[in-house]
Structure formats: C-alpha cells, structure tokens
Design a protein around this ligand. Sequence first.
Ligand code: ADQ
Length: 466
Amino acid sequence: MSRLVCVSNRLSIPRKEASAGGLAVGVLAAMRARGGLWFGWSGDLVEGEPAEAELTIRSPVTYATIDLDRGEHELYYAGFANAVLWPTFHYFLNDLRYSEAQYLAYERVNALFARRLVPLLKPDDVIWVHDYHLIPLGQRLREAGVDRRIGFFLHIPFPHIEVLRSLPVYAELVRDLAAYDLVGFQTAADLNAFRAAIEHVYGPEALEPDGRIRIGARRLQAGVFPIGVDVDALQALAIEAQHHETVKRTMTSLLGRKLLIGVDRLDYSKGLVERFQAYERLLETHPENRNRMTLLQIAPLSRTDVRAYAQMRRALEQSAGRINGRFGEADWTPIRYLNRNYPQSLLMGFCRAAQVGVVTPVRDGMNLVAKEFVAAQDPADPGVLVLSTLAGAAREMTNAILVNPYDAKALAHALQAAVRMPLGERRQRHQALLEVLRRNDIHAWHRRFLDTLEGDPAAQASAVRA
Ligand code: ADQ
C-alpha cells in the first residue's frame, strides 16, 4: 500500500496544543489508521523566509511542520482564507472584503507549502490535501513535477456559482481544484455546485455522462464523502465522563433543571446570535420554562484577528447579558455562556447529561457536534437533537428536529418540542440517528475517500451513493 501524505493548514501533534476544530479530528483518524506523513503549519510565526520542515515522529505518524512569516500569515490566514473564502463559501457576502494583496499572499503560502513538501515525498505516495486554505496546493505540486494521485477534501460548503462569482479570482480557484485527481465534498448539494462551477469555467463538454470531469487530456473525479465521528470511542468517553468531578458539579448546580447545550467555535456561521434570540423568545412565550431550564453555551474564541468575529462576540455578550438580566433570578442564570475550550471527554460528559443538543448553524459544511451529541447519549434515556436545516449534517440526520435557524418562532417551538418529547419518541429517533452515524462513521469517511482516490471501483460506487 502506498504511503499516505495528508496536508492541512494546522495539524495536531499529540501533546502540542490542538486547535478546536473538526478537520484535525478527521485527519488524525485517517493518519492513525494508516500511518504516514502529516504536513502543515507548526502554529509558530517567524520573520522572513521559514526554514525547512521539522520532523516529529510519533509512530505510525510522522509530523512535518513549517513555520510561517508573520506578515504572510496575516494576509493568507486572517486575510484571504478567513475574511474572503470563509464568508463567501458560507454565503456571507456582507463580510467579504477582497484584496489582491491577500490573494497573492495566499498563492505564495501555497507555493511555499509545495516547495517544502516536495523534498519529503516518495515516488508512490498518495497525497490528500485538506480544506479551503490549500486549494492551489495541488496545482503548485503538479508544476513541481508531482504526478502521483492527489486528492482534495473541502470541509466547508461549496457555494452556488452565482455566489462564487462574487470572488474576482473564482475561475482561478476552480482551475486549481481541477488539478486534483479527486475532489471530495460533504454533501450532494456541494458536489452539484462544484459541477456547475466546472461547467461555467470549462463549458458543458467538461462534464462527462459517467460523472467524471474531463479537462483537456486530464480526467478527474468529484464525489460526496460526508465526514463522521468515531461512535464507539465517543460513547465510551461519554460514559466515563459522567463520573468526572466537573460534570457532576455542573449537574448538581442545575438543581434538577433541564439542560440545553450548545458547543461551537465562536463563529458567525454557527448561528449563535439567532440561537440566543430564539431562547429568549422561548422564555417569553412559554413562561413555564423560566427557572426550569438552563442553556449552557460553550463557545471558544476563534479567529480573533478577523474583524467580523470581534463584532459578533460583542453582540453575543450583550444578548446573553440582556437575557440573564431580564429573566434571571438570584439562584438561576438562564444562559451560561463560556468562551473556553474543554477536553473532548468533558464535552461528551456535558452532552450526555443534557436533555437537548442545540446545533443551529446558519450555514455549515457538516457539523460534527451534531453527531457527537447523538453518540454521547444514553440509548435508554436519550436527549433530543435540534438541528439546523442549513447544516450539512441535516441531509443525513433526518430524525433530529430539523428547523430553519433564521426563524426564531420555529426555533423556539422546536426547543419546546424537544424538552417535552416523550421517552418512546426520543428512543426511536435516537436509534435511527445512531444507525446513520454508524453507517457513515469516521473510518468509513477516510476509507471511502482514499479507496476512491486510489482507484478501487467498489469504493467509487459507494461514494456516488453516499
Ligand atoms: P468546524 O467549523 O470547526 O469544522 P465542527 O464540525 O462542529 O465545526 O467541529 C468542531 C469540533 O471542535 C468538534 O469536534 C467539537 O467537539 C470541537 N469543539 C467545539 N467546541 C469546543 C470546545 N469548547 N472545546 C473543545 N472542543 C470543541 C469544519 C467545518 C464543519 C465540518 C468539520 C469537519 O466547518 O462543517 O463538520 O470541519 O469536516
């Protein structure tokens, strides 16, 4: 079997601080299962041209990290990746601030990744590039003479062509994606949007009847590979975490009130402002819930150097403060709003203890928290998942209570229905959701992608069905 080389902007070396983010969890699972090389940014900034990659061996994975120049990182990461691509791909055109200087830095950092990666490659490696930070990397590797199989997986949504076209460099990005052998997406909607973008840039003749894409002499594949979670590992963590001191203390402090939980990176795509509004509405229109429930919202800060994030943070602090001021009592805080990271074991403990999981992004590629919440539940007395129709996860998790997060009335209604749902229905929905999670777990995700990339015909058929 050829060696697997994964490339992502950030990587998580065991014992080095890992960023809270879904991508690292998924890549780590693939790397652990198969071993190989994981290449990415070290998290450290330097002044000037960064040195060669530094290798850290933690068998079966070798981590290769490079530092980045401070100024370049600012333009590439806070700039093009997170103030241009992220908002555009999540349909937030108001937050789009295009700057050519940022795009050129994005190109340069991708070229640097390629220059530093090429000397580490072996002739029969299979290369898997992750996410929007690294769209041009495949093309840069091709230009450096790398002719082996290179795949790309987009963890976030791929926008409709009419939204994508707002970006002055949209055609360059589509051409860069066409340099890969396989481009993977979370949902069929993302795949369709990509095919529409290919048609727009290359004409209808690029789309072949068998689903492949032909550009000149090259052929590539695009498919749907919904990311999943490690169900058994999460279940075990959740069971163990019930006995954790912090979980026990938290539960005692609720004095028997129902617990609603939200766990999200602090990001405008996660719908937190809308969630707080709906919760306020619930307390307003169903006063019987006052002093009977608590919303625990865990939201670690992210991308604090991007302007839109600071604005949203202020809006949330105001909203939580207003709701607590308006409805709170000396012994009851309606929203416990925490900007901090927790170890996954503790998060799973909180999820298992909660009656309702509130996962209501206004746009999300997949959303792993929805799947983690379901995996953490006690099947004999499970909590209820309230899930946004605008999360990729809603395509599979049809037994959640699905709701449009922009509709405060409907969301308040969904929360009320979740809190009051009888045990029989909760069990039935949970069982159906768990089956979906098991069918498409994290192992199935990386196996299907890599089998397809490496040309296994059975995997190709299952990728199309997914
Ligand atoms: P994210 O936008 O980061 O991921 P998500 O899929 O929900 O979103 O993953 C977040 C991960 O971080 C989860 O595993 C969660 O448990 C963890 N996490 C969240 N808050 C935490 C906290 N306070 N402490 C510790 N851990 C925390 C991107 C895309 C998603 C896609 C994933 C994976 O935006 O749509 O599902 O990649 O492909």
